[in-house]
Design a protein around this ligand. Structure first.
Ligand SMILES: Nc1ncnc2c1ncn2[C@@H]1O[C@H](COP(=O)(O)OP(=O)(O)OP(=O)(O)O)[C@@H](O)[C@H]1O
Ligand SMILES: O=P(O)(O)OC[C@H]1O[C@H](OP(=O)(O)OP(=O)(O)O)[C@H](O)[C@@H]1O
Ligand SMILES: [Mg+2]
Length: 285
């Protein structure tokens, strides 16, 4: 039987969330932390646990068929890979930062400067696009220390909360790219493997949509139902059920996580009562 081979980060920022996403998609596999190769028991999937930097190369070489890795690593390694799905976790940005007291009036200030980074390819490409000529110092980690020890004038590294920059006396001045975990695939998969990839993507989408939506139930006077239904269009239209209390109905729908609180405010203003919000496990539209 054909199996799809997937590469996941062994241990790091993406590991737990990658495994959790597969489990939520109903794919079960043993993960005792020491085995670097394992198999799903209920989906034709073989799992390799690797360093994240190696994943694009393994997928490009056909050692693995697909992989979960940060878009930042995909862009840096620059292999011929297809992004099959954005996964919505591991969100961060790749930014240029300078010592906090250093004046910075624009990207042109980087001309002739030394920039320390682990992302030399992305940074070179970016500086070239911007017409800036700077010296790039490639280092593999602890990039934020570079200006403090006289190794560079600026850095380019991943930022999420900004606390690492703050602790190291740096300030973010330019965002080079936004990143999140993505599922990447080799573009030349066999038909059987491409079908398995489609099945996997379908399941991941169902999990992701469910995570981004909530199921909402509320009571409302019948005369307010049309207005409330406009605020809560749901997947097609809301379900409306009569309550035992004369002149009242119960309305069920789905609401997006991002707009959730604004929608609740509007519903309250429209006279909704007894609002219940529950998580959705899977969502297939
Ligand atoms: N602060 C952050 N917030 C959110 N996501 C991040 C953050 N830092 C990194 N990431 C994302 O997680 C990915 C993995 O980061 P991690 O620090 O685990 O990598 P690593 O140290 O290179 O791991 P490995 O040992 O596998 O090489 C990054 O490539 C990026 O996409
Ligand atoms: O903006 P913040 O929330 O502070 O996050 C940014 C830091 O996170 C990442 O490092 P990580 O903590 O993963 O350590 P690593 O460099 O050892 O991989 C990244 O390289 C930054 O140093
Ligand atoms: Mg790495």
């Amino acid at each position: 039987m054909t199996k799809l081979k997937i590469a996941l980060q062994k241990s790091g920022r993406l590991s737990d969330k990658s495994a959790e996403l597969l489990r939520e998609a109903g794919i079960h596999f043993p993960n005792d932390g020491s085995k670097l190769r394992t198999e799903a028991s209920n989906f034709p999937l073989e799992i390799y646990l690797l360093r994240d930097d190696d994943i694009p190369q393994y997928v490009a070489d056909g050692v693995a068929d697909v992989g979960i890795v940060g878009l930042n690593v995909v862009a840096e390694k620059d292999k011929n890979l297809k992004v099959a799905e954005r996964l919505g976790f591991g969100k961060c940005r790749l930014s240029i930062a300078v010592p906090k007291n250093e004046p910075f009036s624009g990207i042109a200030d980087l001309n002739g400067k030394r920039i320390a980074t682990s992302y030399s390819r992305i940074v070179s490409r970016y500086l070239k696009e911007q017409g800036i000529s700077a010296e790039i110092h490639e280092i593999s980690g602890s990039v934020e220390i570079a200006p403090g020890i006289g190794l560079a004038d600026a850095i380019c590294d991943l930022v999420s909360t900004g606390s690492t920059l703050l602790t190291n006396g740096l300030r973010e001045v330019v965002t080079v790219m936004h990143s999140e975990a993505v599922l990447v695939a080799r573009p030349d998969l066999s038909r059987e493997k491409a079908e398995l990839l489609d099945k996997l993507v379908f399941r991941l989408q169902a999990v992701r949509k469910a995570r981004n939506h909530k199921y909402i139930l509320l009571n409302a006077p019948n005369e307010r139902i049309p207005e409330i239904a406009r605020v809560l269009p749901g997947m097609k239209s809301p379900t409306i059920l009569p309550l035992a209390t004369e002149g009242w109905s119960s309305l069920h729908s789905v609401v997006e996580e991002d707009t959730f609180w604004e929608v609740i405010e509007q519903l309250k203003a429209l006279g909704a009562q007894g609002i219940l919000v529950v998580p959705i496990e899977k969502m297939i539209v």
